[in-house]
Design a protein around this ligand. Structure first.
Ligand SMILES: [Zn+2]
Length: 489
């Protein structure tokens, strides 16, 4: 049967039946990056069953017409502070310093468990709506186990794939990771090996103490056999020193994710590459907040795996189209600027659209150790799928260069259908069976509460940091022009 697009969107579109997308341009992101034109994709249960032209499918398969559209793997965001979605856009004009002051020193501790829940719920819905089927919740405000329960509850409520990266900026990592409640929580919520909700530990290694007290937290991660994700190479905050300490103590491995990984020396990149870890680039964040220039070319020179991320909705959204676009543009802008400084011209770009689509999908799967499950459209993998198609849009045709189309033409509003783990979570541009009204309600309550905690002045000042003065240069032409006409003596 074909699903009529004007039907009220049901919460269970397929009713457990197979699902077939027909006649799409399919970016498989398999090892050879095969692109199939006019192809079909069949899912059965939670898996991809087949990809190819004119597939024979079971009679009861539900059919979605992909004509004129692009099928790609669900996108993967490897670093997002989902709780901060409750203050969406509040910090649009912040620098990293202002972010730290507001969240770490002043107001982050005001967030109650229900506020963490509210931010996570909205953030999780936003992710699947944008075609981001897997998101790492870099949850660094889990001040109590109740906060952690609230974070996990929200993630479990939304039908996306998530990884809770447990952290707490209100205490040192060697303190919170040693608390008995922490291990109980991990055992209780993450003991079953559920591939819909994974677990990491999230903490940073600032160069404050040569005694390396973070060692204790790394030991806990090792005992629990969970990966560590860490903000690395953040200008003047985390440095080469942290990488050296981690490396010399044997805590760097292929599951370690280095968020930003800017502002680092070649020595640190060598240590990361040699131990097999990967970098999570948040290009929009690095450009605005100031962690360092997004190090795309350095990571490629050192053979370090790359995934993409959106960091926080205090500034940005869950939109990985933005991440791909910003990342490609940043790499090219730097290449041109450096060439011009040498009085040279770049005639051939090194970084291509195809590469950043890989980073937004397969790169994330590799980073999270989920490459056998998701990140590409291949038979046997979990059905995490995005259909980009918008028949009402003048931007969907001609579809000549599918990778270029995804990066520079498409946007989140063109995400027509999203499938996670075989389940249709968005169809015909609308979330299916997800409670946006509830998210609106709980986020509204959090915003009202925070406004009350801060008071009107602090609320206003936090959103509108002082603007440094911009001096307008003396202009010799203005002087000449006005003198000639006798307007100025
Ligand atoms: Zn971050």
């Amino acid at each position: 049967m074909t699903v009529p697009s004007d039907l009220a969107v049901p919460s269970n579109l397929t009713g457990g039946r197979p699902l077939v997308f027909r006649n799409a341009t399919v970016l498989t992101i398999d090892d050879a990056h095969h692109v199939e034109h006019g192809a079909d994709l069949l899912t059965t249960g939670d898996r991809i069953a087949a990809v190819g032209r004119n597939l024979q499918v079971p009679q009861d398969a539900v059919e979605i017409d992909g004509t004129g559209g692009i099928l790609m793997p669900g996108m993967i965001d490897t670093h997002r502070h989902m709780w901060q979605t409750a203050i969406r856009g509040y910090g649009a004009d912040w620098t990293l310093t202002q972010y730290f002051v507001w969240n770490y020193l002043q107001w982050g501790k005001s967030f109650r468990p229900q506020d963490i829940y509210a931010g996570n719920l909205l953030s999780a819905l936003e992710a699947i709506d944008a075609g981001v089927t897997t998101t790492v919740d870099w949850s660094h405000n889990l001040q109590t186990i109740d906060h952690a329960e609230a974070a996990a509850d929200a993630l479990a409520e939304v039908p996306g794939r998530f990884v809770l990266a447990y952290g707490n900026i209100q205490a040192a990592p060697w303190e919170w990771s040693a608390a008995p409640g922490f291990r109980d929580f991990v055992a209780r919520r993450f003991g079953g090996g559920d591939d819909m909700l994974g677990f990491q530990m999230a903490f940073d290694v600032p160069p404050a103490s040569p005694d390396f007290p973070e060692k204790a937290a790394f030991e806990v991660a090792r005992e629990l056999n969970v990966p560590v994700t860490t903000h690395a190479g953040v200008w003047k905050v985390t440095t080469d020193e942290g990488i050296r300490l981690m490396h010399e103590h044997g805590y760097m491995n292929e599951r370690t994710i280095y968020v930003h990984a800017a502002s680092l020396s070649a020595d640190s990149y060598h240590r990361i590459a040699a131990t097999g870890g990967s970098a999570s680039l948040s290009t929009e964040s690095e450009q605005s907040a100031g962690q360092g220039y997004p190090p795309t070319w350095k990571l490629r020179e050192h053979g370090i795996g790359v995934s993409l991320s959106m960091d926080t909705s205090a500034w940005w959204s869950a939109d990985l189209f933005s991440a791909m676009r910003a990342t490609l543009s940043a790499d090219r802008a730097r290449e041109h600027l450096e060439a011009h400084a040498r009085d040279e011209t770049v005639t051939h770009h090194k970084l291509r659209a195809e590469q950043v689509v890989d980073w937004a999908t397969r790169g994330g799967a590799r980073a999270l150790g989920l490459d056998s499950l998701t990140g590409s459209l291949e038979p046997g993998k979990k059905a995490d799928i995005v259909l980009i198609k918008n028949d009402a849009s003048p931007v969907m045709f001609p579809l000549l260069n599918p990778y270029g189309h995804v990066v520079f033409q498409a946007q989140r509003g063109d995400v027509h259908t999203v499938v996670v783990n075989g389940r249709v979570v968005k169809h015909d541009h609308r979330l299916t069976g997800s409670d946006l009204a509830k998210a609106r309600q709980v986020v509204g309550e959090t915003v009202e509460y925070l406004k009350g905690e801060l008071g009107p002045q602090a609320w206003h000042d936090g959103m509108h940091p002082e603007i440094p003065e911009t001096r307008v240069l003396d202009n010799p032409y203005t002087y000449t022009y006005t003198q000639e006409r006798g307007a100025v003596p």
